[in-house]
Each structure stands twice: as C-alpha cells, then as structure tokens.
Design a protein around this ligand. Sequence first.
Ligand code: IPE
Ligand code: IPE
Ligand code: MG
Length: 242
Amino acid sequence: MAAETKFSVLPRHIGIIMDGNGRWAKKRGLPRTAGHKKGADVFRDITTYCSELGIEAVTFYAFSTENWRRPPEEVNTLMDLFREYFEELERRERENEKMGFRIRFIGDISGLPADIAALAAETERRSNSETRTTVNIAVNYGGRQEIVHAAQLLAQQVQSGALAPEDITEDLFAKHIYTGDLPDPDVIIRPGGEMRLSNFMTWQSAYSEFWFSDVLWPDFTRATLDEVFADFDKRNRRFGGV
Ligand code: IPE
Ligand code: IPE
Ligand code: MG
C-alpha cells in the first residue's frame, strides 16, 4: 500500500541528520569517502520519495559548522559531492520540475568555496517557483549560528530605528531564521546510532518528535522512512496541552 494511504497523518516537515556514512564504509573496509558517495545516492532517493508523497518540506543536514574539523581530504570529497549534485540538478532541470522541488540552502553559504556558493544560488533561483516539496540542504549550518544570524538581522533593524526592542516576539524571531517561511519540523530523524542533535535545528526543534535508529544513513531506504511515518502516526503531540 502506498505510504500516503497507509498512515492517517504524514508530517508536513521532516528533518534528517544524515549520519553514519563513515562507519558504513569502515565496516566494508572502504575509505570513509565511499560512505559519503553512497549516502549521497540515498539522499537523492529519499528526496524523490518525499516529493512522491507530497511532503511539504524536508531538511537534510549535510555539513555542519563543526565538520570543518575533519581531515582536509574528507572535507574536499564532501565539497566535490555537493558540486556534483548541483551540476546534476542543472542538467536535470526538467526532471526536477516534474518532481516539483524547490531547493534551498540553509547555513552560512558565504563560507563555502566560491563556485559552490554560486551554484547554490543559481539552483535556488531556478527552482524558486516550484511548490510541491521544499528541499532544504543544510551546508555549513549550525543551529546556534542560525540563531546568532537572526539576532544580527533584528539588531540591524533596531539600530536603524525600523524596529523597537519590545517588538521582537517569538513569531518575528522565527521569521528571521533560515526556515522562517516553513512550519517547524514535525519529526527529526537521526540514523547512525547517536542520540543527539549535533547543532541541528536548535530553534525549530522545540516541539519536534525525535526518531533515532542504529541503521546507518547509507542503508536507509524508503521502507525505513515508512517506519518513521508509522511511528509518527502513533505519537500523541500535546504541545503543552492535555
Ligand atoms: C555523516 O556521516 C556525514 C557528515 C557528517 C558530513 P559521518 O561522516 O559523520 O559518518 P560517521 O558518523 O563517522 O559514521
Ligand atoms: C552531524 O553529524 C552532522 C551531519 C550529519 C551533517 P556528525 O557526525 O558531524 O555529528 P557528531 O560529531 O557525531 O555529533
Ligand atoms: Mg557522524
């Protein structure tokens, strides 16, 4: 049975921490970079599945502000994979239109190699009119960095006299974070066995459901996502009420 008819409610917005690539490769005696390559294929398939299901938004954690601490060869491979994906998006523009992907990048894009930042901006521009599924890719992203960035935008408005400090509300603040025009993630998924957020969607996750699993990201499939949906269907979200 198709997922959209199997579950009574599907999340509107899903956050995914794509973790476990390195361990997946190690288990097979392969270099960590082989895990990242397989992980990138899984990302493509899960993105397509989300669009098929008509999920409103999905945010993938691809590279954190802390991931610069990794060896330069690994960082370079990850940057090469981003480049490859963006170039592929350009080549497959038609197909993406069919999928209805609106692609957005969240994070400090200016901190990426200039050609990748330019490709990212071009991808956003070309897909901006799509409405079916917003695919956020978090690159050079940190939840704390995102909050500081929002605070800076608001401080500039206060400094220019456009805004009074007492006008800063939760709603206004939320509009200044990267995902300001989207609902908060209903569920945050972390494969790879760790039970932490690692600086992902710090503001947005206040009332998210969490789904952790030992499955490594390169082994994650559409069926795994169906498991998440089945679980989510059973959660009782009270938002502080009764
Ligand atoms: C996630 O997999 C990919 C990135 C963080 C870019 P890891 O590379 O963290 O894989 P593990 O956690 O070492 O297995
Ligand atoms: C989180 O995974 C970042 C991404 C998946 C992009 P990490 O592997 O970097 O997280 P830690 O180091 O285990 O907390
Ligand atoms: Mg990891």
